[in-house]
Design a protein around this ligand. Structure first.
Ligand code: FAD
Ligand code: MLT
Ligand code: ZN
Length: 525
């Protein structure tokens, strides 16, 4: 959906004409009513405390070319398009506070933006809200290698935090394919899940404290680095996953994990989807606490990754007839991990080898074949297949991305039912929908259903929604497992939240942001 086609009722000359359903939720542009646009006077005010390098604007007196604002106005998928005239890049919490205070008084909508890798249109404006980019706030404030507590500016890129921690033998307890661009503040604001949630749990557990600029400009300092703090309501939790609707996260205190001394991985080809669940059970039984990831890809998406040169593919002959693939990772605290009763050291790599052997040699093998990484380069190359899926899919066309929680045994059914539905609608052909694929995080029952189309069209969207949401609801699943609601799913929130919950969410929003300036039109219907 391109919401640059949507006119707010205030500007529309079309009166109250009925909008087709596909635009119905785009009516959240109405949520922007009552908000003001940025003017030259506002810019003059910002210029009093921000250097010229922190202001990008197409407004006079010194307009930037529109192309310079394009990366901020368009999302990673090139699906959502804003029309902001102005991007501000403050360097300190104090500067963020001054900007927000001014916008609050002037009733200017603000879109906090991190690395702009979000997949639900939450990080770009709906209309011409001001974009507040955290990209100039990149300082590590402190790291304590005894407690493992890292305190950093919200604009720190996830990969740079990993690099920072490496010499201290620690890691950020979060990993995702977008790590080279996404920011820790964006991760917290989306409550990102990622590839190792199975091992390290959610950010609701590992984030210890936050510093947040509230929608009136007040700085809420909850940047505690205490592991235990039972002093009433845990306010920081509200901002984890709030997608910028309650305030701007400016600082994050997070519990880094000790770096595993040894990590290994294996990619397994399975003859049929039905084997995924027994395989997961067996893998957990054999690897127990050293299991750190168990990632699923169906055949079609695996083939797309291979086609687009992502990672190290398995030998094509060996995977003939394989219906799907699983990537298993182990991370152990010691190079030579447990000891068997015989006291023979059994390194983690050997455990994976044993796993592979027992799987292949079983009377009814759960797998066709598997490849074990035997060097750090191979380890990365196997991960590159899984981490490259998002990009491979986007190279094939425009992906409608549904990030859902459903019972693990329904992953394939969701993909198949969606494909059949599109087939029945006559939309499964090269000029409309090219592929329907599934991949995801098995340990978290999180399926990524991607519908790869030649173009984003209202017709395809109308075929997919509410079909997909109703399907997910029929399994009592969630319409957003980890990507959030953003702009894409505001109209579908009721599939996963009951009216009482939505009412409380609205009241919380009103309490923090009575003028509705903070990321307007996002999350709430
Ligand atoms: P943005 O996209 O800039 O913003 C996302 C939302 O957070 C917006 O609503 C924005 O307003 C808000 N926001 C950003 N920064 C702040 C702040 N400082 N204060 C307040 N609000 C803020 N997601 C997963 O969960 N798991 C994955 O495995 C995963 N893999 C991905 C792989 C690829 C290749 C890509 C492109 C995306 C992936 N994502 C994944 C989605 C995305 O990377 C995450 O949602 C990420 O956490 C977004 O961070 P960001 O800094 O890019 O935020
Ligand atoms: C992933 O698991 O790869 C991410 O969530 C991104 C995506 O859904 O494509
Ligand atoms: Zn994911």
């Amino acid at each position: 959906m391109r919401h640059d086609h949507v006119q707010s009722p205030a500007r529309s000359s079309g009166g109250t004409r009925h909008l087709p359903r596909r635009w119905a939720h785009a009516g959240s542009a109405a949520a922007l009513r009552g908000l003001n646009t940025v003017t030259e006077e506002d810019l003059a005010h910002f210029a009093q405390f921000l250097p010229p390098t922190s202001i990008l604007s197409t407004l006079t007196p010194s307009p930037s070319p529109a192309e310079e604002l394009a990366p901020f106005n368009n999302d990673w998928m090139n699906k959502y398009h804003g029309k902001s005239t102005t991007v501000l890049k403050p360097r300190t919490t104090e500067e963020v506070s001054k900007i927000v205070k001014w916008c609050s008084q002037r009733r200017i909508g603000i879109v906090p933006q991190g690395g702009n890798t979000g997949l639900v249109g939450g990080g770009v404006p709906i209309n011409d809200e001001l974009i507040l980019s955290l990209s100039n706030m990149t300082k590590v404030r402190s790291f304590d290698d005894v407690s493992g507590i890292l305190v950093a500016d919200a604009g720190c890129i996830l990969q740079s935090l990993s690099d920072y921690l490496a010499p201290y033998h620690h890691i950020v307890p979060l990993d995702l394919g977008a790590k080279g661009s996404c920011q820790i503040g964006g991760n917290v604001s989306t409550n990102a899940g990622g590839l190792r949630l199975l091992r390290y749990g959610s950010l609701h557990g590992s984030v210890l404290g936050l510093e947040v600029v509230l929608p009136d400009g007040t700085v809420l300092d909850q940047l505690t680095s205490l592991r235990k703090d039972n002093t009433g309501y845990d306010l920081k939790q509200l901002f984890i996953g709030a997608e910028g609707t309650l305030g701007v996260v400016t600082g994050v205190s997070i519990l880094a994990a000790p770096a595993p001394q040894a990590s290994n991985n294996v990619i397994l080809a399975l003859p049929k989807f039905d084997n995924v669940q027994p395989l997961f059970k067996e893998v957990k039984r054999q690897l127990s606490e050293i299991l750190s990831a168990f990632e699923y890809m169906d055949r079609t998406v695996y083939d797309l990754a291979v086609k687009h040169g992502q990672g190290r593919a398995l030998d094509p002959q060996d995977v003939e007839g394989a219906e799907c693939f699983v990537l298993v990772e182990t991370s152990g605290g010691k190079r030579e991990h447990d000891e068997e009763a015989s006291h023979i050291p059994l390194p983690d790599a050997q455990k994976l080898n044993t796993l592979l052997e027992t799987l292949m040699e079983a009377d009814e093998p759960l797998i066709n074949t598997g490849v074990l990484a035997t060097s750090p380069a191979q380890f990365s190359a196997l991960w590159a297949i899984r981490e490259g899926l998002t990009e491979a899919v986007s190279k094939e066309g425009n992906a409608y991305k549904y990030d859902v929680s459903v019972p693990l045994d329904k992953f394939q059914e969701v993909v198949d039912k969606t494909r059949e539905h599109l087939q029945q609608k006559g939309l499964l052909h090269a000029d409309a929908v090219k592929y329907v694929v599934g991949y995801g995080h098995v340990g978290d029952s999180n399926l990524h259903l991607n519908i790869v189309a030649a173009a984003y069209t209202p017709e395809i969207e109308a075929a997919l929604e509410p079909f997909v949401y109703e399907l997910v609801a029929s399994y009592k699943g969630s319409i957003s497992a980890e990507h959030g609601i953003g702009y894409m799913k505001t109209h579908a929130l009721q599939y996963s939240k009951n009216p009482t919950s939505i009412d409380i969410m609205k009241r919380i929003k009103h309490l923090f942001d009575p003028h509705g300036i903070m990321n307007p039109g996002k999350v709430l219907p």
